[in-house]
Structure formats: structure tokens, C-alpha cells
Design a protein around this ligand. Structure first.
Ligand SMILES: Cc1cc2nc3c(=O)[nH]c(=O)nc-3n(C[C@H](O)[C@H](O)[C@H](O)COP(=O)(O)O)c2cc1C
Ligand SMILES: Nc1ncnc2c1ncn2[C@@H]1O[C@H](COP(=O)(O)OP(=O)(O)O)[C@@H](O)[C@H]1O
Length: 327
């Protein structure tokens, strides 16, 4: 990981040291194995040319602008996306604010204003199906022709398929997470699904039960299946702890709770309030249950702990990226 990773706006010309680069263009929500195929090509092209490797992305996700009525489970909010891209070896994440006005720019104006003027690219890499500009008028053929006119090269990368020959997509991963299938999701992501959020206060009941829990709120659109998971917990200082987490509404102690992610961090004591921490999901243990009293809840949490410890003792990194995030 490069310490100098930059997260900057595409609306003003890039600083000189980032101009002339190879840019991977797309939303890359999830930074999954299909995205990684595109990203690796961009890194390779940049390395070959000795120029910076950049990612140009759109924020918020265009689907939120075109379909504001449809909630979208964003797999990698900007800070998480930046962390993953930094681990992969990029110099910068360049963010184009995605507004109605930006969406109505012609494909040619996008090339001239953003790629040429603001980014000063020498090469673009995109997926085979990337479209851009008003009414999606610019496709792969347009980008190739625009490259010839404006003097930059273009690489198009084919759809990446998993071992079962199915195309890897963010929507497939969202559907798996919705079913609690975090191990299958990790297979498509190439790393364990990870959320990042601030630790907030709760009812302070956990400590009296012998199971203090670091509470985090996920975005309301995060339709991860509610239930109990074996997790890794990463503190702001980078230290990792195994743990067991409940994502749910605490029916035993709360009548109408909003979904909260609560992690009991193993072999740890200390104050986590206000810290931005990460939780990586390794396995789904069980759905949440309304217990008949706290004794039954505590007895079950003890069994959950045993199960999570056993599961986590046997895990191996799926990739270098997985190692950097959750090992
Ligand atoms: C591993 C684990 C499993 C849990 N399972 C359940 C459950 O099945 N049902 C439930 O109502 N609450 C469950 N909880 C949530 C607890 O009720 C909650 O953490 C406890 O009330 C402490 O709340 P506090 O953080 O607000 O103090 C679970 C918590 C953990 C850490
Ligand atoms: N092993 C641990 N796992 C999780 N949190 C811990 C642990 N040890 C201490 N803490 C601290 O205790 C807090 C959780 O205690 P708890 O009684 O459940 O309070 P709350 O209801 O505010 O979450 C955490 O936010 C953290 O600051």
C-alpha cells in the first residue's frame, strides 16, 4: 500500500504529478474480482509506461441519481473503495460528482472536459460494457475513436466469469449478502465483505452480561441478512481481533430496535467509542432469536463465541487484497 494515495475530485485539473496517467473508468462498486480484472490491466499498463495508475469513479452511484426511489445497497462507500484501491497499488481515486447536470453532458464533452482537460490521461481502461455521456451515447467504440482523436489509448476488458462461468457482478454479490451467504460473496469479491463505521454508544447492557459489544450503524440500504456472524474486527490503529457479531434488532431486549451491528471483540478490553473500525464477515452462524430472558441469551452468545472461534481458527486469505484487509 502506498502512503501517498490520494482521493481527489475530477472537477478541477489534476496536480501535475498525477497527469499523463492510465485511468480505469467505472463505478467499481464492490471492487470485486471482475472489477479487479479491469483494475489489474490499468495497473499493468501504467507500470509498463512508468506513469501513475488512477481510478475515475462517479459519486454517488449513478443508479441513485437515475432511480432515487430505489434503495441501493452500496458495497463499498468511498472510504472503503479508496482503501481497497490503495492496497491494489493505485496512486489516486478521482471522484466525479454525479449530478443530473453531469449526466446530461455529451459523451464528447465528457472526453474533452474530464479525461483530456482535468485528468490529462494517456490511456483509459474500462469494462466491455462501460457507457457514458447523455443517454449512454458513448460506448466502447466511441471511446476507442475518441482516443484516436484526442491522443490516448484504450483497453477494453472482457466480462470476468467465476469458476461456474457466471459473470461476476455487484448485483450478484448484493443478492448473496441479502441471504447471509458471506463466504460465497467473498468468493466473488476476492476478499471478505467488510464494513467501516464509527463505534457508537448503546444501552450499556452488554458489559453487565459479560459481553460488551462495539455498536456500529450501517447505512439503511445495507440489506445484509440479519443474524449472527463470525467476524474480524479491525481497530483504527490497524490491529485485528477475532469476534462474533450480531446484525439485528435485539428482540430480546428491545421492542422495536433499528438494525445495529454489535461486535463482541475477543480477548480485548478498552474503550472503542468514537473510533472508526472495520468488521469483516467470515461466516453466518444463525438467525437472531427472541429469547425468553437474558440467561438464555447469554448461554447462546457463549455457544456463538465458541463456534466463531473455531471457524476463524481455520480461515486462510483468499488473495493479497484479503490479506491486507482482514489478516
Ligand atoms: C454474538 C451475539 C449474538 C446475539 N444474539 C442475539 C439474539 O439472538 N437475540 C437478541 O435479541 N439479541 C442478540 N444479541 C444482541 C444482544 O441482545 C445485545 O448485544 C445486548 O443486549 C447488549 O446491548 P448493548 O450493546 O446495547 O448494551 C446478540 C449479541 C451478540 C454479540
Ligand atoms: N471485548 C470488547 N468488545 C467490544 N467492546 C468492548 C470490549 N471491551 C470493551 N469494550 C467497550 O465497551 C463498549 C460496549 O459495551 P456495552 O456495555 O455493550 O455498551 P454499549 O451498549 O454502549 O455498546 C464498546 O463500545 C467498547 O468501547
Amino acid at each position: 500500500m502506498s502512503a501517498a494515495f490520494e482521493h481527489i475530485s475530477a472537477t478541477v485539473p489534476l496536480p501535475t504529478h498525477l497527469r499523463g496517467g492510465v485511468v480505469a473508468i467505472g463505478n467499481f462498486d464492490g471492487v470485486h474480482r471482475g472489477h479487479q480484472a479491469v483494475l489489474e490491466r490499468a495497473l499493468g499498463e501504467a507500470m509498463r509506461r512508468g506513469v501513475p495508475a488512477l481510478v475515475l469513479t462517479f459519486e454517488p452511484h449513478p443508479r441513485k441519481v437515475f432511480r432515487p426511489d430505489m434503495p441501493l445497497f452500496v458495497l463499498t462507500p468511498p472510504p472503503m473503495k479508496a482503501r481497497l484501491l490503495s492496497h491494489l497499488g493505485f496512486a489516486a481515486l478521482v471522484e466525479q460528482p454525479f449530478t443530473r447536470a453531469f449526466a446530461s453532458l455529451s459523451a464528447e464533452a465528457f472526453v474533452t472536459d474530464v479525461l483530456e482537460t482535468n485528468l490529462g490521461i494517456t490511456h483509459a481502461v474500462t469494462g466491455f460494457d462501460f457507457h457514458f455521456g447523455k443517454d449512454r451515447q458513448g460506448g466502447p467504440a466511441f471511446l476507442m475513436a475518441a482516443g484516436e482523436r484526442h491522443g490516448f489509448g484504450v483497453t477494453l476488458v472482457d466480462a470476468f466469469r467465476d469458476e461456474g462461468a457466471e459473470v461476476v457482478s455487484s448485483s450478484r454479490i448484493r443478492a448473496l449478502l441479502c441471504e447471509g451467504e458471506v463466504a460465497e460473496a467473498a468468493g466473488l469479491l476476492g476478499y471478505r465483505f467488510t464494513v467501516e463505521s464509527e463505534v457508537i454508544g448503546g444501552q450499556q447492557l452488554g458489559r453487565t452480561l459479560g459481553f460488551p459489544t462495539a455498536n456500529m450503524r450501517l447505512s439503511p440500504e445495507a440489506t445484509l441478512k440479519e443474524g449472527i456472524y463470525a467476524v474480524r474486527f479491525r481497530r483504527a490503529d490497524g490491529t485485528l481481533h477475532d469476534g462474533v457479531a450480531s446484525f439485528g434488532r435485539r428482540p430480546t431486549v428491545d421492542d422495536n430496535g433499528a438494525p445495529l451491528l454489535e461486535t463482541f471483540v475477543f480477548d480485548f478490553s478498552g474503550d472503542l467509542y468514537g473510533e472508526i473500525c472495520e468488521v469483516s464477515f467470515f461466516g453466518f452462524l444463525r438467525p437472531e432469536v427472541k429469547f425468553d430472558g437474558l440467561d438464555a441469551l447469554v448461554a447462546q452468545i457463549k455457544r456463538d463465541e465458541t463456534e466463531a472461534r473455531a471457524l476463524l481458527a481455520g480461515v486462510r486469505p483468499l488473495s493479497q487484497l484479503d490479506s491486507a484487509i482482514a489478516f
